[in-house]
Design a protein around this ligand. Structure first.
Ligand SMILES: Cc1cc2nc3c(=O)[nH]c(=O)nc-3n(C[C@H](O)[C@H](O)[C@H](O)COP(=O)(O)OP(=O)(O)OC[C@H]3O[C@@H](n4cnc5c(N)ncnc54)[C@H](O)[C@@H]3O)c2cc1C
Length: 416
């Protein structure tokens, strides 16, 4: 079908809605050339554009102020794996789970933790979150070695390449990681991969108090165990836990685990420290409902930040739960569905008042958008980010309103 002369574009409907905004048009390009043609046509028509992969995180970020064209990346699904070089080039619409299954057959992996079923590589990159394993292999952006992006004007831009030691030119790919599709539509990305470790150990223990948690993390920092993940789980009602993941050869993880358990278990009843050889169900996944606040703090302050979030949540009768990496300081505070806007504001203001802590709402429930809560807080380098946005998308047609660059912003000293 053609609509306004553009092949493959159909009328949008409620099933295409992005964060409640129903697009006037929708299209599913079959390859990068079709995608480029679509964006060029959108430019001629002055249309605003949003991309959709699996649609599992369309409610992340700000609510778009307008979506004239929804681009469904589902057909950009291809995996070009080079096991010898430990790299893969992957279409943006490829489900992350499908990629993991293909790589696993060759004993390799893209070192990200599981994402919600249906999530695509493009969505993973655009939302830019990294899971527990970022501790060992780096954040998602450091695994990207190249990217093909279609710019808002329809020009295909390639950066980086398919070799790990690629240092030519500006590393433009990094701009798109966590950019929520506001700088262009990602068509494909090349990643460096890691071998699948043959063995794993999960050490789990309770954290009865903040002092106890800080002591355990000091012991961990002093050890030679080189964990792949160090996760805290801090619910408001108590019962906090620490989970340490070790990966490597069977003999290696066994001896590292023995050493670590001996150090960490001091002062705890022996039966409270458990050692397993598999990750628990739902590992790394965030709650499917409610509001999510990304909390970045200096690593040594991670337990204090989790405890403070619990304290603030308790003060406003809201069962918040903080999880995340106690060694990188990348935490997520999950706020249960239906929390009052006033309670979320108390939580955000309380966390943001600490120097060096940044609290960003990555997913807000509908009523919080309506209440106009400040999703972003103070964002360092915002002026530079806005300049990049203006240079790459001067008319702000790509997912307008989605990212901090489009948010109304009042410097802290000018706030009432
Ligand atoms: C360890 C880990 C755990 C996670 N857990 C969860 C979780 O539990 N729940 C959850 O919702 N998310 C989670 N995420 C975030 C994760 O990135 C997304 O869920 C998922 O991968 C998004 O994929 P999607 O295809 O469904 O994206 P969509 O929902 O389709 O899109 C998400 C955003 O990305 C933009 N986008 C999508 N594709 C492109 C593209 N090709 N180019 C430009 N912009 C694009 C969209 O416009 C939208 O703003 C997790 C991430 C990690 C690393």
């Amino acid at each position: 079908m053609t609509r306004q002369g553009i092949e493959g574009v159909r009328a949008g409907g409620p099933g295409d809605a992005v964060c409640g905004v129903v697009p006037a048009h929708a299209a599913r390009p079959r390859d990068v050339d079709e995608l480029a043609g679509l964006l060029a046509e959108a430019t001629r028509n002055g249309w605003s554009v949003a991309a959709r992969g699996g649609g599992t995180a369309l409610d992340w970020g700000g609510r778009p102020t307008s979506v004239d064209l929804l681009v469904d990346t589902g057909a950009l699904n291809r995996i070009d794996h080079d096991p010898g070089d430990l790299v893969a080039e992957v279409g943006a619409g490829t489900p992350v789970a499908e990629l993991a299954a293909v790589l696993a057959k060759a004993g390799q992996r893209l070192s990200v933790d599981p994402v919600r079923a249906g999530g695509t590589v493009g969505g993973l990159l655009a939302t830019g979150l990294s899971g527990p394993r970022r501790l060992l292999t780096g954040a998602l952006r450091s695994l990207v070695i190249g990217m093909t992006v279609v710019r808002p004007d329809g020009v295909v831009a390639r950066s980086g390449g398919r070799v790990v030691k690629n240092v030519a030119g500006y590393d433009l790919a990094k701009l798109h990681v966590g950019g929520y599709g506001t700088l262009g539509v990602i068509a494909s990305a090349a990643f460096r991969l890691h071998p699948l470790p043959p063995a794993l150990r999960l050490i789990e223990l309770p954290l009865p108090s903040l002092a106890h948690a800080e002591r355990r993390l000091t012991l961990l920092r002093a050890s030679h165990a080189v964990p792949a993940a160090v996760e805290i789980d801090w619910p408001v009602e108590g019962g906090s836990r620490l989970r340490v993941v070790l990966e490597g050869t069977p003999e290696g993880v066994r001896s590292r685990a023995d050493e670590l358990v001996a150090a960490l278990a001091r002062g705890l009843p022996a039966e409270e420290v458990t050692v397993g050889d598999a990750l628990p169900p739902g590992w790394g996944l965030l709650p499917a409902e409610g509001t999510l606040v990304r909390l970045s703090v200096p690593p040594a302050q991670a337990p204090a930040a989790a405890a403070r979030a619990a304290e603030l949540g308790g003060a406003v009768d809201t069962d918040v739960r903080t999880t995340g990496s106690a060694r990188t300081g990348a935490l997520v505070v999950a706020v249960p569905p239906g929390a009052r806007a006033s309670a979320v504001t108390v939580l955000l203001e309380g966390l943001r008042s600490h120097s060096g802590w940044a609290a960003t709402v990555v997913r807000a429930e509908e009523h919080l958008h309506t209440a106009g809560i400040d999703l972003w807080g103070e964002v360092p380098g915002l002026a530079v980010m806005r300049a990049v946005r203006d240079a790459m998308d001067p008319d702000r047609r790509m997912a307008p309103g989605r990212f901090v660059t489009d948010a109304p912003h009042t410097p802290r000293e000018e706030r009432p």
